[in-house]
Design a protein around this ligand. Structure first.
Ligand SMILES: Nc1nc2c(c(=O)[nH]1)N[C@H]1C(S)=C(S)[C@@H](COP(=O)(O)O)O[C@H]1N2
Ligand SMILES: [Mo]
Length: 330
């Protein structure tokens, strides 16, 4: 037992998993594996990808997509059960308990929805949700999500690279950063009454990070539109960073020359840096980041998994940080 591993960190108790949901998800996964193996030699890329896509659970509107072929876009890990992906969430606008978002996000109205894009861009504009949905082809991407708290999931997202949107608004030569501002409407979000964070929740990336092909603008998961608790109707997913860098329910995207403020960094600058790249060698001041618990695998005998550098996406993203001191710029 390494004292170092667990100093003071009490990991959250995962929500209950229904045996039926676990069974259904396991069956879907086995079917996918079988189809993938058989299809590899038989069908074209497109046909194989379409057939291997994750079956929708039938709870929300379907959001059709094609399996992404971008390097790193589909991890081999088994996806986390739908019940956990949608039942164990951080979305403080609906409360700080992991079960709060699923229980309380029914008050969020994801339509009509607009996203304002402004700041250092040649073509600032306001996008209606339907315009965003049509902007680029929807892809299915199966990413690891590593929360800074020490747990992780594997989630089949539906969306397209943020770069698709960025190209269309033409950032000026001054644009060095992109800030994502999320909804803060007390009428829809009971958690705003609490002062845990300064609302609205804001996050930001360097422009080159946001342009990386793995940085996703997500509209769905498990083949359907996003459940409210996962950030409907549109959120970012930046898989090599801790989960909090991916803002949910985005209403504004602002380009700037100076590094913009970000919510968790404002709340606790010594604990949450601007970069927040997943890094097993840089501990949180109050706990180790060397290992993680995969949600759904935390039975009595399940062991913690080692956390991977850049959450396993080092081959794709390490070059973004060449020459950067990752301890100083944590
Ligand atoms: N607006 C907003 N976005 C947010 C959060 C939040 O509290 N508010 N929590 C973040 C954190 S800490 C994590 S781990 C992920 C969780 O995403 P998921 O619930 O879809 O898995 O959302 C991130 N985005
Ligand atoms: Mo998180």
């Amino acid at each position: 037992m390494h004292l170092f591993e667990d100093r003071g960190f009490v990991h959250p108790v995962p929500s209950e998993i229904t045996p039926a949901a676990v069974y259904a998800s396991r069956r879907r996964w086995l079917q996918r594996l079988a189809l993938g193996a058989a299809g590899a030699s038989l069908a074209s890329w497109a046909a194989r990808d379409a057939r291997a896509s994750i079956a929708p659970p039938g709870r929300l509107a379907p959001l059709p997509s094609v399996r992404s072929t971008a390097p790193g876009a589909v991890v081999v890990d088994k996806p986390t059960a739908y019940a956990d992906v949608t039942g164990y969430n951080n979305f403080y606008e609906f409360g700080t308990d992991k079960a709060d978002p699923a229980a309380r996000a029914g008050s969020l109205r994801p339509r009509p929805w607009t996203v304002v894009v402004d700041g250092e861009v040649a073509r600032p504009r306001r996008f209606d949700l339907d315009e965003l949905l049509r902007l680029a082809p929807m892809e299915e991407r199966i990413y690891r999500l590593r929360c800074v708290e020490g747990w992780s999931m594997v989630i089949p997202w539906v969306g397209y690279p943020i770069a698709e949107l960025i190209r269309r608004v033409a950032p000026t030569g001054n644009a060095k950063y992109v800030q994502f501002e999320t909804l803060a409407d007390p009428a829809q979000m009971p958690g705003l009454r609490s002062r845990v964070l300064d609302w609205p929740y804001v996050e930001a990336l360097r422009l080159d990070e946001a342009m990386h092909p793995l940085a996703l603008l997500a509209f769905g998961l498990y083949g359907e539109v996003l459940p409210n608790q996962n950030g409907a109707p549109v959120r970012t997913v930046v898989p090599w960073k801790y989960g909090f860098k991916s803002g949910k329910s985005i209403v504004r995207i602002r380009f700037s020359e100076k590094q913009p403020p970000t919510s968790w960094n404002l709340a606790a600058p010594g604990e949450y840096g601007f970069y927040s790249n997943v890094n097993p060698e840089v501990d949180h001041p109050r706990w180790s980041q060397a290992t993680e618990r995969r949600i759904g695998e935390d039975g009595l005998f399940a062991r913690k998994r080692p956390t991977l550098m850049f959450n396993g996406y080092a081959p794709q993203v390490a070059s973004l940080y060449a020459g950067l001191d990752l301890r100083r710029f944590f």
